[in-house]
Design a protein around this ligand. Structure first.
Ligand SMILES: [Zn+2]
Length: 56
């Protein structure tokens, strides 16, 4: 199945492939993990929230 759009599983939304970078940056700014399927059908999970959490 060829899909020319990108999809953000975190937001459950489709994005134009030119808009997904900006969308990904939004998640990064908000320090949210996001899973995105790109237009080449590659699915990537970005671990933007993977920072030093409480070290106790
Ligand atoms: Zn998203």
């Amino acid at each position: 199945m060829i899909n020319k759009t990108c999809y953000c599983w975190t937001c459950d939304k489709f994005f134009h492939h030119l808009g997904i970078a900006r969308h990904r940056a939004m998640h990064r700014d908000r320090k949210e993990n996001c899973t995105i399927t790109y237009d080449d059908c590659e699915t990537v999970t970005h671990q933007f929230s993977k920072r030093k959490e409480r070290q106790k």
